[in-house]
Design a protein around this ligand. Structure first.
Ligand code: NAG
Ligand code: NAG
Ligand code: NAG
Ligand code: NAG
Ligand code: NAG
Ligand code: NAG
Ligand code: NAG
Length: 809
């Protein structure tokens, strides 16, 4: 018990729910899968709602009457591949809903019956029954659709018990067959009959009876031990009451003669479709092929797939002609290692020929073949080499579909091609075609598969493929999308896995009809040229197949592996015109802003002030090392009488205000009478720490004469400028400056002055600049200066103005 419990844990339970009504417990489907678990008993604690129970591939050898009582909802029970030897169907008496019961591949020998009226599928194949386990109870299961049986002996009486069942499929899975009573099978009423024969069985009588039984007959394991020639006499070749129209033989291993006889037999039955898969044949041939009676048949399709040859003493031509003389609608001989194929010299009526996966060469087209009704020709997976040869053959047919994929085909430029006007679909994939293939195509072509070839470009000078709608050029060597100049109707293009670096947009201009384009897995260069292509996806939703996974950058290296959709290429960096326009616009705006500022805020004045300020501070650093003069006065201000008001009410208050100390040392004209005015002035300048000259037209007229000399003697302006500060109170036009003052002219031209602004708002900067100019090096001399200032101002407190009345002339 413990063992069973532990195994139960491993049974997988799958609940599948169908539809909206699933809330009702009856509608639920519960699968309990205990397959392949080495179970020796049915687990006791199965979920009671189980509807499908899989107990296959276990070691069950006996079922208890109570095993399935708990699972009353059971519909599907799979017990195949166990070791059950006997079974009482009454075990399932409480499983009223059981529809599907699979007991195949057990060791059943005896069964006790009980009617399971609801059963639709019952499989008892591959068991060890001696006689067919048929009985009246089975005959009463009127819902039964498919029935699998086995038994070493097959007798008519066995089938009579189930004769009234109308079955879809009967499957006879036989482990051994020791006796078959002729005429047994036709008693069954079934649409399909599938017989799996044991080894070494005489299949012949089963084939004959099978053909009389069902519409579809399938037989597996037909081997050479059952020599037809030994069994039947020729008069039995004619079969009456045949029912089968589709005959499928699987795993056939026969002598060629026997195969031939099967064909001859089937030929005169009701079979229309005859398929043989996995067939091996060989041996010495005794029968004469010319004696094959092709007349009087309903056969339309023969299909041989996976054919292997044994040692074979027969002219190949006979075998080829044996098939092609059949003159049916459809013939397939594929995967047969067939090196050649021959056709009768007269026209035949084949509509469909499939010789896929053989080793056919150009030889097959070297002789004229007349197949006027041929619609479909499939020659994929062979060793054809010359396309023009195929075209000449096709010209005499009414081919619509031609599959030449997986060959060695090429086309030379100087060869001529003739295609029939009917040809619509061509598969030329996986060949060795280069660009020249476009010169050997039918104008009527609508679907063309050229994938996996060696095409580099679509040549310009090809004929117009005016009907072409689908073109597959994947896995080639194209470097760009082909334009639609030659195929105006193209709507589907596949150009995956080529060498397209940057698809040109001409394609989209010329290909108006295009609906899907697959250009994935190309080595895209994610540069500006690709921008329009990336944008294309946004405008044409869904046109690019495989977007965006298959569209990946290869270059530049920093973008390698990035999906195209994630690449950002801004308009500005890619559009040269736009870039130039933008730069020009920005320059214009800046220029205009400059002009506006100059006009409106006198920018040039500010700039000049700023320049001087900077110069001053540079000087601060230089002058710290320079020698000190014998300074006695902090400041000497020289100005014209006319400007005295400005000096008194603007200049002096502002200079004092800043420092909060009396730095200003002004002087009344108490000159030394023994000296000339100029000498006196120069004396003061020498003594002062700084000298300020207030320049105005009046000053120039009346006072400058005294200074011209001084400035002229300090040839380098920057020397003087350490001590002299020029303030331009009013503008002085150059022409107003007399020629005898070249130094003044020079100073004015060099703009070596601080300009008093007319605009009051600018005054703050002016004063700051002026103070900076004064303060250069002042710190060091400050104490001394202050002291002197103090005494001097006390003495001379009445005035602070220089009044010079001198005649300069
Ligand atoms: C049970 O599981 C096995 C594999 O473990 C699977 O092959 C089988 O189909 C499952 N049975 C059902 C009914 O799903
Ligand atoms: C059963 O399980 C074994 C290993 O557990 C596995 O090799 C085998 O293929 C399984 N058989 C089937 C029929 O699932
Ligand atoms: C089969 O069904 C018929 C009538 O439907 C009935 O007379 C007969 O007894 C049934 N046989 C068995 C074995 O149930
Ligand atoms: C076989 O079954 C079909 C219905 O499936 C029926 O029409 C036909 O008459 C049955 N044939 C015989 C011989 O009972
Ligand atoms: C022959 O083959 C073609 C193409 O596969 C198919 O459409 C047609 O139905 C076949 N004819 C017969 C008689 O099987
Ligand atoms: C190809 O067929 C057309 C029409 O059937 C015919 O006019 C033409 O001569 C043929 N060309 C060749 C080379 O057989
Ligand atoms: C062409 O043949 C190849 C394989 O031979 C196949 O994969 C492909 O789908 C075919 N093309 C068309 C358009 O049928």
């Amino acid at each position: 018990m413990k063992h069973i419990r532990s195994t139960y844990v491993f049974c997988s339970i799958v609940m599948s729910v169908y539809g909206w009504a699933s809330k009702l417990p009856e509608e639920r489907e519960l699968t309990t899968n205990c397959s392949n678990m080495s179970l020796r008993k049915v687990p006791a604690d199965l979920p009671p709602t189980t509807t499908t129970l899989d107990l296959s591939y276990n070691l069950l050898f006996q079922l208890q009457s109570s095993d399935f009582h708990s699972v009353s909802k059971l519909k599907v029970l799979i017990l195949c591949h166990n070791r059950i030897q006997e079974l009482d169907i009454k075990t399932f008496e409480f499983n009223k809903e059981l529809k599907y019961l699979d007991l195949s591949y057990n060791r059943l020998k005896t069964m006790t019956w009980y009617s399971l009226a609801g059963l639709r599928h019952l499989d008892l194949s591959f068991n060890d029954f001696d006689t067919m386990p048929t009985c009246e109870e089975i005959g009463n299961m009127s819902h039964l659709e498919s029935l699998g049986l086995s038994g070493a002996k097959i007798k008519k009486s066995d089938f009579q018990k189930i004769a009234y069942l109308h079955l879809n499929a009967v499957f006879l899975g036989l482990r051994t067959l020791s006796y078959y009573e002729e005429g047994s099978l036709p008693i069954l009423n079934t649409t399909k009959l599938h017989i799996v024969l044991p080894m070494d069985t005489n299949f012949w009588v089963l084939l004959r009876d099978g053909i009389k039984t069902s519409k579809i007959l399938e037989m597996t394991n037909i081997d050479g031990k059952s020599r037809f020639a030994n069994y039947e006499t020729e008069k039995n070749l004619i079969l009456e009451n045949s029912k089968t129209s589709i005959l499928l033989l699987n795993k056939v291993d026969l002598l060629w003669d026997d195969l031939l006889l099967i064909f001859q037999f089937v030929w005169h039955t009701s079979v229309e479709y005859f398929q043989i898969q996995h067939v091996t044949f060989g041996g010495t041939v005794y029968l004469d092929h010319n004696s094959f009676d092709y007349s009087n048949t309903v056969m339309r399709t023969i299909k041989l797939e996976h054919v292997y040859f044994r040692i074979f003493n027969i002219p190949q031509e006979s075998v080829y002609l044996f098939f092609t003389k059949m003159d049916i609608e459809n013939l397939t001989i594929s995967d047969a290692q067939m090196p050649h194929m021959l056709f009768p010299v007269y026209p035949t009526g084949f509509q469909y020929l499939n010789f896929a996966n053989n080793i056919l060469t150009d030889e097959i087209f070297k002789k004229p073949i007349q197949l006027p009704h041929l619609n479909i020709l499939i020659l994929k997976g062979n060793k054809l080499e010359t396309l023009s040869l195929v075209s000449c053959f096709a010209n005499n047919t009414s081919l619509q579909l031609l599959d030449l994929s997986q060959n060695l085909l090429q086309h030379e430029n100087d060869e001529n091609c003739f295609w029939p006007e009917t040809l619509i679909t061509m598969n030329l994939s996986s060949n060795k075609f280069a660009d020249s293939v476009f010169k050997c195509l039918p104008t009527s072509i609508q679907i063309l598969d050229l994938n996996n070839n060696k095409i580099q470009t679509v040549p310009k000078e090809i004929i117009h493929l005016k009907s072409l709608q689908e073109l597959n050029l994947a896995f080639n060597f194209l470097t760009d999308l082909p334009g639609c100049g030659h195929f105006k109707k193209l709507s589907v293009l596949n150009i995956e896995m080529n060498l397209i670096v940057s698809p040109s947009l001409d394609f989209f201009q010329s290909c108006k009809e295009i609906k899907t384009l697959n250009a994935g897995r190309n080595p895209f260069w994610c540069t500006c040229e690709l921008r329009n292509f990336i944008q294309l996806e946004k405008y044409s939703k869904g046109m690019l197949v495989g977007w965006s996974d298959s569209y990946i950058c290869e270059y530049p290296s920093n973008l390698k592996g990035t999906q195209l959709k994630d690449v950002y290429l801004p308009e500005l960096t890619c559009n040269t015109t736009l870039l130039i326009v933008t730069i020009v616009v920005i320059m214009l705006v800046l220029g205009m802003a400059m002009v506006f500022c100059c006009r409106h805020f006198d920018l040039s004045w500010y700039l000049r002030m700023l320049g001087q300020w900077i110069q001053t501070w540079r000087r601060v650093r230089k002058t710290t090392q320079q020698l000190k003069r014998n300074v006695q006065l902090p400041l000497f201000i020289s100005y014209s009488e006319h400007d005295s008001a400005w000096v008194k009410y603007e200049l002096i208050p502002n200079l004092e205000k800043e420092d909060g100390s009396d730095l200003i040392c002004l002087h009344e004209g108490n000159f030394d009478p023994g000296k000339t005015v100029t000498e006196n002035i120069l004396n003061y300048i020498e003594k002062s720490y700084k000298s300020i000259f207030v320049l105005s037209p009046n000053f120039v007229q009346s006072e400058w004469c005294h200074y011209e000399f001084y400035f002229a003697h300090h040839s380098l302006f920057h020397e003087t400028s350490q001590y002299a500060i020029l303030i331009l109170l009013e503008p002085i036009p150059l022409y107003c400056i007399p020629t005898r003052y070249p130094k003044l002219k020079d100073l004015m031209e060099k703009k070596a002055y601080l300009e008093w602004p007319k605009d009051r708002r600018k005054c703050r900067l002016f004063w700051a600049n002026l103070r900076a100019a004064i303060n250069v090096n002042l710190l060091e001399t400050r104490d001394m200066c202050e002291l002197e200032t103090f005494t001097e101002l006390n003495e001379e407190s009445q005035g602070s103005e220089i009044s010079l009345r001198t005649d300069c002339l």
